[in-house]
Design a protein around this ligand. Structure first.
Ligand SMILES: *Cc1c(COP(=O)(O)O)cnc(C)c1O
Length: 452
């Protein structure tokens, strides 16, 4: 086969169904509980926030769910996305490993997030909603939802975590171009935001706080629904289009991965790439190691406990069983804003408990060092979040140099960093801080997690 660098699919090869891993698991994930009664919730408990199509996907037992034509039409603006072989990086590292990366930065918003914002906007519009509210950390989810709202004629109102709002003014500008309204969170336009402000006027915000604000705005408004960019089963489901494409692309070049790495904030890009490969692993068709990579300052899988906890800071969402650092844990303001979430997707947490995944935590200086090497060889300036996947991939590639193993590594490169250049600036100026996370800080937040 001639030397290839990029593996592309035809538009006609775009997968037309999403993969739901739940029926293939040896045991089902524990059910979400009502925040007050602590009984398992039913579909009706979720109707103030989500349209029925998404609620049914959230609890679906079907292995495959058809992607609606209206969604496929929008996906085709940027999908199928390319898979690259990182030949220049392999040369620099002098490694016998084969390095592949699946690049989601080609979407209009610059990340994998539109894979779910588009179907979420579609199902909400179909159900008659006029408006969507949401939180955003790094601004990527907010932009993805703003773009999707514009496609289906929905208003979008976004609460952006204050530390990112200040670091990344261009993300807000982009959301406004697509027609969204953006508030820094904590804001003074919701009761939740005002409560946090009263406790700490300088609060840098957190995803948990921003979720409280967005939920509080949507719940009482019959024309508004709430959209979440990660964590939930239906979000992970929509992201599996990434892994389905990557399976076809690896097959085209006759490769099977020995290792998959992806960064985990709430777990959606990681699950999107890895779940279809996990299906193949469970079926005995391949045997890759599948590795989550998280920031050392927000290590929900490696340091958190597997317990029922709230998804937001105020405690309005259902209780879900997940790896958590405590719902009011506020991570240090690292540049990978999308990874600053106190919990991990219940589905990823459950599969991790089943022993089917491993996890590592890496400090941000090592991540940016790897990302700069990546940019200087492969050209792509990665978003701060997937620098964690790049760093983990590089650790393995260098290990292969020592051992001579010819491993095939598949990396989730879930977004570009064109709006995150201030974080590269900080790294290049030697100003990036590797925050130590005292056990006491975790223990303190965990002391307020409900005992179920
Ligand atoms: C939102 C985001 C993340 C974190 O969310 P996951 O659900 O863990 O994928 C990571 N990378 C990018 C580029 C993001 O936009």
């Amino acid at each position: 086969m001639a030397e290839y660098t990029k593996v592309v699919l035809e538009e006609s090869e775009l997968p037309n169904r999403w993969y739901n891993i739940v029926p293939d698991l040896p045991s089902p994930p524990p059910p979400p509980l009502h925040p007050k009664t602590r009984e398992p919730i039913g579909p009706d408990d979720l109707t103030p926030l989500f349209p029925m199509d998404l609620i049914l996907q959230e609890v679906s037992q079907e292995r495959f769910i058809d992607i609606p034509d209206e969604v496929l039409e929008v996906y085709k603006l940027w999908r199928p996305t390319p898979l690259y072989r990182a030949r220049r990086l392999e040369k620099l590292l002098d490694t016998p490993a084969k390095i592949f990366y699946k690049y989601e930065g080609v979407s209009p918003a610059g990340s994998h997030k539109p894979n779910t914002s588009v179907p979420q906007a579609y199902y909400n519009a179909k159900a008659g909603a006029k408006k969507l509210t949401t939180e955003t950390g790094a601004g990527q989810w907010g932009s993805a939802l703003a773009f999707a709202g514009a496609q289906f004629g929905l208003e979008v109102e976004v609460w952006q975590v204050r530390s990112s709002y200040d670091q990344k003014p261009d993300r807000q500008r982009m959301m406004r171009v697509w027609g969204a309204e953006v508030h820094p969170s904590p804001s003074d336009v919701t009761e939740a935001g005002r409560q946090i402000h009263a406790l700490d006027p300088d609060s840098p915000g957190s995803l948990g706080i921003a979720i409280s604000e967005a939920v509080m705005r949507a719940a009482p408004d019959p024309d508004a629904k709430y959209a979440l960019g990660s964590v939930l089963n239906h979000v992970l489901l929509h992201q599996t289009v990434i892994g389905e494409e990557a399976l076809l692309q690896m097959k085209k070049v006759g490769e099977t991965p020995d290792l998959l790495v992806g960064c985990t904030g709430g777990g959606s890009n990681f699950a999107g790439l890895s779940f279809p490969f996990l299906r193949e692993k469970l079926a005995g068709n391949m045997n890759p190691t599948i590795r989550c990579v998280e920031p050392a300052s927000c290590p929900s899988l490696t340091k958190g406990e597997y317990r029922y906890d709230f998804g937001d800071t105020i405690g309005m969402t259902p209780l879900v069983k997940m790896h958590t650092l405590g719902h009011d844990f506020i991570p240090d303001p690292i540049h990978a804003g999308g990874l600053r979430y106190h919990g991990m997707a219940p589905l990823v947490s459950h599969i991790y408990e089943l022993g089917m995944l491993d996890a590592v935590a890496i400090h941000q200086n090592e991540c940016f060092e790897a990302a700069v090497k990546f940019a200087r060889t492969e050209g792509i300036v990665s978003a701060p979040e997937p620098t964690h996947a790049i760093a983990a991939m590089m650790r393995e590639a260098l290990r292969c140099r020592e051992t001579g193993e010819e491993k095939t590594i598949l990396t989730a490169l879930c977004g570009h960093g064109h709006f995150d250049l201030s974080s590269y600036d900080a790294y290049l100026n030697g100003e990036l801080v590797d925050y130590d996370l005292p056990e006491a800080k975790i223990a303190d937040a965990m002391s307020r997690v409900p005992v179920i």
